[in-house]
Design a protein around this ligand. Sequence first.
Ligand code: T1G
Length: 708
Amino acid sequence: MANGAAVKPVVRFEIEDGIGIITIDNPPVNALGPGVRDGIIEALETGEADPAVKAMLMIGAGRSFIAGADIRQFGKPRAQPKRPVPDVLDASSKPVVAAIHGYALGGGLEHALACHYRVAVPSAKVGLPEVLIGILPGGGGTQRLPRLIGPRRALEMIVSGRHVPTEEAKALGIIDEILPGSDLRAEAIAYARGIADRRPLPRVRDKADRLEEARSDPGMFEDMRKAIARKAGKQKAPYHCIHCVEAAMTQPFDEGIATERRLFAELENTEEAKALRYAFFAEREVAKIPGLPKDLKLPEIKGAAVVGAGTMGGGIAISFADHGFPVKLLDASPEVLAKGLARIRNTYATSVRRGSLTQAEMDRRLALIEPVEGYEGIAECDAVIEAVFEEMPVKQEVFAKLDSVMKPGALLFSNTSALDIDAIASVTTRPEAVAGTHFFVPANVMKTFEVVNGAKTSPVTLATAMKLGRDIGKISAYAGNCDGFVANRTRIPFNLEQGLMVEEGAMPEQVDRVMVEFGYPVGPFAVNDMSGLDISYATRKRRAAADPNYRGLPITDRLVEMGRLGQKTGAGWYRYANNDRTPIVDPEVHQIIKTVVGELGITQKSFTDEEILHRLLFSSLNEACKILEEGKALRASDIDVMWLNGFGFPRYRGGLMYWADQIGARQVYNQVAIWHQRYGARWKPSALLHQVAEGGGSLREVAARMPS
Ligand code: T1G
């Protein structure tokens, strides 16, 4: 090493009690980065050659076994190990045990599958999540897993990419034994000693019984293709995964491996794989707030309170209970509190009915939610989240009350989706302990969690809110304090263009088709019908009352005034038959549009699909650039994370900023400038967009100069 400092080996080999211990030590998650595979091979060869070694075990140092290949290496030229590790394991004459804690994912599980035995601690997770980054298990996973657990289960695991907990992995046959885990290394050595003399060595590649069983069900692959069609859309990776598992049924092992390698190579540098890799790292980067000291001492949040037992309050309480936090749910009205609890109970009961939750787990989570009628009942909580009606006077009244009852040091968070955090904090004596924690609807499902930084919010409060979001399973993202913060503010132009294009001649069903073909699960008009047209109607009325220049949406207003509130009234932008949720195009809506357009005297035109797509997304993109200019968002990639996890933006397109880069900042700017000429101020190009376009740079790499 240039400065002479010894390079810590990423793989260590030691012998203890006749067992060769191969330790992978490549923090933070022992990814199979440079030197790791070669290190493992070297250790295996050392153990193989040493007569003192009766068996070997592979174990990870730190918090995990192996979390897979080093994703940062993909798309780049990289040295390949002299032989694939699984081949070396297959050739071993001595048993090798994989001792798993933390995660065995992707190449990590594939290494374990090539070992002769797999043991794990109760809290471990295993999986082949490659499809989530647009590729497939390229280290033998598609050939070994079907042989070990049967093609149907393997197909489900590989196509979903889900992480499987130890207990289920044991039941499936992936894990041979669950070890207590108080001292995994010692427990695994004892296990290895126990199997050291067993022969023949159980190689997964030799197993055929589970494949035989499945020969009676050849239709499973076609069934899976049909089952994933809607969600997979145009993505290649899920179908390549199915093809590989199918090859395990139809080809000898080594030919199956060749098929897997060929299809892996086809996927590694696809646009979808690049976009999904970008999304993976963007979702890690979003947690970091530049300038926040890493060693900031954060208060521990052991229990929280939620004020307001409405739909949002209930969903927030569920998020806490789902992650093991005791939570007090407060509402001044006993009726609203009872209704809120009933809604929570119903949400859990639905999950039990669907089999995604056990009754015991439902009871355990419900027991964590304590209804409270008085403020004094929450005074000792470490943090409180206010989720009351979205009116400033109401919010300020609640915060003044919270300030007077909450214990010193308690943090006061608001779930407001747009109101001024500084104005809310101003009624308290502890504005440094106030921040926004904006959940998305439904709060117990959506992962985006906007943490809004007020002018007086302290770094500790900000960092604690960010961590709290992650602790309840959310993706926390920084947002500066401005109208609509970041996510909603980028969405407002989209909603406006959506409404205006219908006035100008685009049909709701055309817009929805364009967005579904683009990759959205549902079109924006159908989404409006799901959440109810009356929600935004009230907001528009409030904004029009406050701002005479506010551009309303007369067509949508007309629908609401005619009682067409969406699915809940059986009609909105679409018609819904007999409680069915399938949107049906309704000629009556076309008539309403015609009438209102006539009253507005608007000349209509036809729209191309591309024009619709660009009007919607460029309007938000332009606003996103303005937000970055103002420093209200830290990075362009944060905005992408919000759109992927808050607005259902198709993940294999990377996000709004990433997608715009595929078109090119220059082209986007030019179009925005044209629309500025045609439609006026609302399309005024962002200076940052112009700058990036001029500079030929990329939008997704933009980071705010001065966060505010
Ligand atoms: N490669 C590179 N860096 C990785 C990584 C990986 N596989 N996994 C995690 N990191 C980094 C991450 O960027 C972050 O860095 C830090 O580790 C902590 O991660 C041949 C081809 C393991 C469940 O898809 O799902 O194997 O931000 O914040 O929340 O078939 O990380 O601190 O600088 O996410 O506790 C397949 C990916 C690869 C697993 C831990 N494996 N990782 O979650 O921590 S493809 C995966 C995860 C493959 C083979 C193929 C999660 C985790 P930084 P984190 P976490």
